[in-house]
Design a protein around this ligand. Sequence first.
Ligand code: FMN
Length: 157
Amino acid sequence: MIDTDAFRAALGRFASGITIVTARDAKGRDHGMTVSAFCSLSLEPAMVLVSIGHEASMHGLMMRAEHVGISVLSTAQEALSRRFADPETDRFDGVGYTRGENGVALLDDALVHLECDVVARHEAGDHTIIVCAVDRTEAYDGRPLLYYRGGYAQLER
Ligand SMILES: Cc1cc2nc3c(=O)[nH]c(=O)nc-3n(C[C@H](O)[C@H](O)[C@H](O)COP(=O)(O)O)c2cc1C
């Protein structure tokens, strides 16, 4: 068994972008959460993965959802990253978004929007890997919000 803090400290040195993953429940309500465990997976067909912790309140929905939206956050969206990881708030209250053709919420002012269909799920320790086929992408001008060693960061140039 390796030490959890040492593991965290090691993985925290892998800089990542930040996404908000969204899905709708059976009643059409929007749900979303902050996810940095996002990875490109396949070019043809276009696929990505996100990894969702079993403890996340959205985990149950992610086990059922057919469609998922992924918004890659831009530099000015640190507050959204915090908000969509905060259990106390109504996460979508006052947040601008559009709907993809498959109905998922895609957050305004993001750097990238991906509209996805879930095609596979794999259990891995305390997370579930959600494999998504990408149906549509929109990429916008801007700079990415980064996460590094437990804090937010920006590209210097
Ligand atoms: C920067 C950042 C990155 C995160 N990345 C992930 C992730 O990749 N997978 C995950 O399951 N949770 C991740 N989380 C945590 C979830 O966003 C958070 O646990 C969840 O939104 C809490 O929701 P709940 O209170 O509704 O369970 C991340 C949080 C932050 C702040």
